[in-house]
Design a protein around this ligand. Sequence first.
Ligand SMILES: [Zn+2]
Ligand SMILES: [Zn+2]
Length: 213
Amino acid sequence: MTFLTAAAPPFFKNGYLVWCEETREAVLIDPGDEVEQLLSAAGTQRLAVKAILLTHAHLDHVTGVGPAKKALDVPVWLHRDDLFLYDGAVEQGRMFGLAVRQPPPIDSFYEPGVPFRFGRQIVDILHTPGHCPGGVCLAIGPAGGTARELFVGDTLFAGSIGRTDLPGGEFDTLIRSIREILFAFPDDTVVHSGHGPDTTIGVERRTNPFLNG
Ligand SMILES: [Zn+2]
Ligand SMILES: [Zn+2]
């Protein structure tokens, strides 16, 4: 599995293009204002993007869904519990003083325990509510193996956690999601966050101030 990330103003949210080297099949995760960079990389790398996978439906993670859907014509996936946020994208924009277009409809909802596949890679969908009700983390790795890298959206950051003061956010629920679901992964598991640098499960387990002491 190989990936590329990009971020753009005003939110500097990380969007990801993740692909299987053998088959060149790919997924696009959380396309936002950096979407043109990700689409252009998909072209340069000659990738067949199979889906647009959303970790959650806050505005910064969905502003690129429209252009991505138009360019790729592939299904958009979301957890059902975040549909109210997705349907409220224009209203979310208004809260930030931004005029945004409503993104195209969701095509598929994640089903608990049903992984997504692209090429020889598997995507386990982990429901990790707390930052928002339908937040998921995507655990991606080779089919037939247990190694995974985590694309966690705004659930966990290097040295921090997602905010819980937005509609549907719950602090205790978020802490439980991280402890019970993410911390079940081995220490060397790489974590790709929705904002800021990569980290690992081990580093956050030992040093994240929200999860220690
Ligand atoms: Zn968010
Ligand atoms: Zn975000």
